[in-house]
Design a binder for this molecule. Structure first.
Ligand code: GLY
Length: 260
């Protein structure tokens, strides 16, 4: 039997655009280098493909500097997909560009109409529920509208909270299997993962929390050796991907793909 939370046959990615230098960021820690980002992106895509999955690689979109972070545009579930309504005004237009790709792949494609906002980076789908973190990008109205849509498909959704100052809920956590979550201690301390098996990122390695389980691999940002070793010791097959350039824009492993 397959586990739909991490066993995927497809992913959608988008190449980074030269306009990435204008991408959103909470703090300016340097201008992202396009060539370096492209190299890391190619490694990321190759790793997804290595699992046997088909990767639909979309072209760069110069008009949308953050469009490499495709995860924020949609939620992809086995029963259907939902187009998001980003809370960042500069990212709103990315959704309409993603729509035809998902429309071709899904029988059921719904959309968040508003007035609320919600971004895919705030959504963690586990084996038992959909967790959505309210954040500066995801508000109560957005969560309520998504709740109505996914309950039609039989999913239960629980609203939780992204820690203050953290971009997205999944900046601080990721799913390792249906019942196991990799989390920072600060997010786990909120109690939102009660009942799950939780593995913590190592002290000072909080940025490793934005990883993804994709089939047999856990793709982790490179440079967090103690967290990588901990995951290996728990039996996960870790692939480290350079995230230096995406990190300048608060982006990470989950942001770079839609997986289904
Ligand atoms: N730079 C990614 C985002 O802010 O959405």
């Amino acid at each position: 039997m397959t586990d739909p939370t991490y066993e995927f046959t497809r992913a959608v990615t988008r190449r980074p655009a030269a306009s990435i230098v204008n991408g959103l960021r909470a703090e300016d820690i340097g201008t992202p280098d396009l060539a370096r980002m492209e190299d890391a992106h190619a490694h990321y895509v190759a790793t997804l493909k290595q699992t046997g999955a088909e990767v639909i690689e979309l072209p760069a979109l110069e008009a949308f500097p953050d469009s490499v972070f495709v995860e924020d545009t949609a939620l992809c579930l086995p029963k259907g997909a939902v187009l998001m309504r980003p809370g960042a005004p500069s990212r709103m237009g990315e959704v309409a560009v993603m729509a035809p790709t998902l429309d071709a792949l899904y029988d059921e494609l719904r959309r968040i109409e508003g007035p609320g906002h919600i971004e895919g980076g705030d959504i963690l789908v586990t084996g038992r529920e959909i967790l959505v973190g309210r954040s500066d990008r995801t508000d109560a109205e957005g969560v309520a509208e998504l709740t109505r849509i996914v309950s039609d498909w039989g999913y239960s959704l629980r609203e939780v909270f992204t820690p203050p100052g953290v971009l997205h809920f999944k900046t601080d956590c990721s799913l390792l299997d249906g019942e196991t979550i990799l989390s920072t201690k600060r997010l786990d301390a909120s109690g939102c993962f009660e009942g799950y098996r939780v593995l913590h990122t190592a002290e000072g390695e909080e940025a490793a929390a934005n990883s993804i389980r994709f089939n047999q691999f856990v793709l982790c940002p490179a440079g967090f050796p103690r967290t990588a070793e901990m995951l290996t010791n728990h039996g996960f097959e870790v692939v480290e991907i350079n995230n230096s350039e995406c990190a300048k824009l608060d982006g990470g492993m989950s942001c770079l793909s839609l997986r289904f």
